[in-house]
Design a protein around this ligand. Sequence first.
Ligand SMILES: Cc1ncc(C[n+]2csc(CCOP(=O)(O)OP(=O)(O)O)c2C)c(N)n1
Length: 326
Amino acid sequence: MPNNASEHSDRRLEQLEQMILIREFESRVQTLFENNELPGFVHLYLGQEAIAVGACSTIEADDYITSTHRGHGHAIAKGLEPDRMMAELFGKETGYCGGKSGSMHIADVDQGMLGANGIIGAGQPLAAGAGLSIRRSGSDQVCLSFFGEGAMAEGQVHEAMNLAGVMDLPVVFICENNQYGEMTPAEEQHHVEGFEARGEVYDMPAETVDGMSVDEVYRATSDAVERARSGNGPSLLICETYRYRGHYEGDQMRYRTEEELEAWKERDPIETLEASLLESYALAPSRLEAFYDEASERIDDAVEFARQSEYPSPEAAFEDVYSEEI
Ligand SMILES: Cc1ncc(C[n+]2csc(CCOP(=O)(O)OP(=O)(O)O)c2C)c(N)n1
């Protein structure tokens, strides 16, 4: 096999492994939440795995991402470990934020994960800020900034895109159109055909891609990242996708039909990639089985780690409130 062909299948195998890990993580979180083991709220990423994995596999460890309230997949794709993430969801001190953030604010600045965010559209100004700091330091890092199509109607998203456009900041804006903002269908919230125009007005290239295809997301993000790294400014990607669960766990989902859900599941991003890799003989069935077994074991260990960890002490509420670096 020529070298680039084998690199191509190695990359797709790694992407598959990561997508399976995210799916196992999210499926377990679903069960743990149903069993009342997790405090707070969770918004699951099931169905959207190809976007986080396809996009994050184009960047390096020292690049940045900003995430959303539906952020577990982004965090895992950026390299955060399931055990400390699970501990954070349990509210334990071994979690990434000492148990204080829960699902919606997980961050690990050291790994370039600038935060999940419970405020819709709040990640994009952070991404513009990261882009500005990159420009000022003269490095060639980039920032990927994930948000939902609901956030596309938020003022601060437009302020951030405008600033990034005007200053040629190295930010890739990645809109995950999962068709609903809470219970509102995208077409009722936005009276436009497609979202490309929203990027073009800020002088950035915009492209809509199939968000159920990790290959498509990888290709489009690679182009945008290359553009950003070489100083040519931001881009907007719109990834068409679907969330398999409700807006939050407990959502009755009366606003959509079972048929609609099943139609999207026919194009499941993991099953599609598995089929393609099996067909090309890049993946043996036994190895695929091992991917699932290993992911499931990692999540078992993560849950055990979280259960065994301690809750933070009451005094910890006063720690990490103000930065000491000012
Ligand atoms: C500024 C702000 N307005 C409203 C909300 C309430 N809210 C939480 S999630 C959500 C919908 C977000 O939809 P979208 O951006 O498409 O993301 P998705 O949930 O589909 O991933 C809204 C309106 C909020 N958290 N923050």
